[in-house]
Design a protein around this ligand. Structure first.
Ligand code: FES
Length: 370
C-alpha cells in the first residue's frame, strides 16, 4: 500500500495541530506496530527528560541559530517592488528551503518582518525576496532603503504555507502575493503536474516577475489586471479550480476573502492560503488586557486585534506575520483565559502563552507579561 501525498499532508497537519500520532497510517482500526514502537520510544525519551536539567540552548538555539545575511544585490522588478539578494556574511552555504517558505528578518531598526522566498531553491549560496513599498512608512520602506552591503539577521526559513505536490493545482496570486506562489509554480512545472496560474494586480506595471511568467505555457496562465477588467470576483478567480485538486492563494485581504467565499461552489477539494495582511477579526467580543509591567488596562474592541490595541501603548512590541503562524508575538499569560486562535502553539504552550496577533479572550480580562 502506498500513501498518497494528500494523506501525508493530512497526517502532517493533524500531527502539527494536535500533536497526536495516528494509530494507523491507512485509517484501519488496528494499532500499527511501527507507530507503536515510535510512540514508546518517544515516551521513554520524554520520561528521561523529566529528571534532567533541560536547557533552552539545547533546543531552538543550536538547531536554528541566528544567521547574518548581507545584501549582495538590489534590483527593481516593477513599480515599487525591489528584489533583494542576500548571502551569508560568513560565506557559508545557507539552509535549504521549500516552496512557500519565508524568512523572518530582523532589520537594523529592530523591526521584524517576514518575506516569502522567491529565488532558486537549488541555490544554497543566496536567498531572494521581493518587497513592495507600502504607502505608509514602515518595514517595507526600510527594506527598500537597504543598500548593498547592509546586514540583517534571520534564522533558517520556515514554512507556514507548504505546497504539497498533488496531481492538480490552481495557483492564485494577487500582486506581491506572487512571491510564495512563483516558487510553487516552478516546482509544479518541474514535477509535471497539472497546474494553472491566475495572476492578478492593479496594472501590468505593478506585477513583478512578468518576464518569467509570460515565458511559461500560455494556456496555463491567466494574467488579469484591474485597470482592464475591474476587480476580480470569486467565480473568475476560481474558474480553473481543478476537480478534486487543490487551490493555493496568496494576495490582499479582499482577494482571499473572495476565494474563501466562493470556494464552496468550486469543484476543488483543498484550499491553502496565505494573507499578507492581518485577517479580519471574526466573532470577536470586547475584553480587557492588563499589561503587567505598567499596570495599564486596555480595552480590546470586538473588531480589533489584541496586538493592534497593545501596540498603541507599547509601540515596539514584537510581531511579524499578524496571522498566528510565525510565533513572533508570543507573550506569557499571567492570568485570565485566552481564546486561542493561532496555528502555532501546542496545547501545552497554550496553557501559559498566547499569540496576541490573533488570539484574544471571550470577555473578562487577561493579564499578560508586557
Ligand atoms: S505576529 Fe506572527 S504569530 Fe503573531
Amino acid at each position: 500500500m502506498k500513501l498518497s501525498p494528500r494523506r501525508v499532508s493530512q497526517l502532517v497537519t493533524s500531527f502539527r495541530e494536535g500533536r497526536e500520532i495516528p494509530r494507523d497510517l491507512f485509517d484501519r482500526d488496528v494499532q500499527d506496530q511501527t507507530l507503536a514502537l515510535i510512540t514508546d520510544g518517544l515516551d521513554k525519551i520524554f520520561a528521561s527528560l523529566s529528571g534532567f536539567e533541560y536547557r533552552e540552548e539545547y533546543a531552538a538555539g543550536k538547531r536554528n541559530p541566528l544567521i547574518t545575511l548581507v545584501v549582495s544585490e538590489r534590483k527593481m522588478l516593477c513599480d515599487d517592488v525591489v528584489q533583494l539578494t542576500f548571502r551569508a556574511a560568513d560565506g557559508e552555504q545557507l539552509p535549504t528551503w521549500d516552496a512557500g517558505s519565508h524568512l523572518d528578518l530582523h532589520l537594523p531598526s529592530g523591526r521584524r518582518k517576514h518575506y516569502s522566498l522567491c529565488g532558486d531553491r537549488q541555490d544554497r549560496s543566496s536567498y531572494q525576496i521581493a518587497v513592495r513599498r507600502m504607502p505608509a512608512a514602515g518595514g517595507s520602506w526600510e527594506m527598500h532603503e537597504l543598500p548593498v552591503g547592509a546586514q540583517v539577521t534571520t534564522r533558517a526559513p520556515r514554512n507556514g504555507f507548504p505546497f504539497v505536490a498533488d496531481e492538480r493545482a490552481l495557483f492564485i496570486a494577487g500582486g506581491i502575493g506572487i512571491t510564495p506562489i512563483i516558487a510553487m509554480v516552478r516546482e509544479a512545472r518541474e514535477l509535471g503536474i497539472d497546474w494553472f496560474l491566475v495572476y492578478s494586480g492593479r496594472s501590468r506595471s505593478s506585477l513583478p516577475f512578468l518576464d518569467e511568467i509570460e515565458g511559461w505555457e500560455r494556456d496555463r496562465v491567466l494574467i488579469r489586471t484591474d485597470d482592464d477588467h475591474g476587480n476580480p470576483d470569486a467565480a473568475e478567480l476560481l474558474q480553473h479550480a481543478p476537480a478534486g485538486g487543490a487551490v493555493y492563494c496568496c494576495g490582499p485581504g479582499p482577494m482571499i476573502d473572495a476565494v474563501l467565499g466562493g470556494f464552496g461552489q468550486a469543484s476543488a477539494t483543498e484550499l491553502h492560503f496565505e494573507r499578507f495582511s492581518a485577517p479580519p477579526v471574526v466573532d470577536g467580543v470586547e475584553f480587557e488586557v492588563e499589561l503587567a509591567r505598567s499596570g495599564r488596562v486596555l480595552t480590546v474592541p470586538a473588531d480589533r486585534s489584541m496586538l493592534e490595541t497593545v501596540r498603541a501603548e507599547v509601540p515596539d512590541v514584537a510581531y511579524s506575520c499578524r496571522q498566528g503562524f510565525c510565533g513572533t508575538c508570543r507573550t506569557r499569560v499571567l492570568s485570565g483565559t485566552p481564546d486561542h486562535r493561532d496555528s502555532r502553539l501546542s496545547p501545552q504552550e497554550q496553557q501559559n502563552e498566547m499569540l496576541i496577533c490573533v488570539s484574544r479572550a471571550s470577555g473578562g480580562r487577561v493579564v499578560i507579561d508586557l
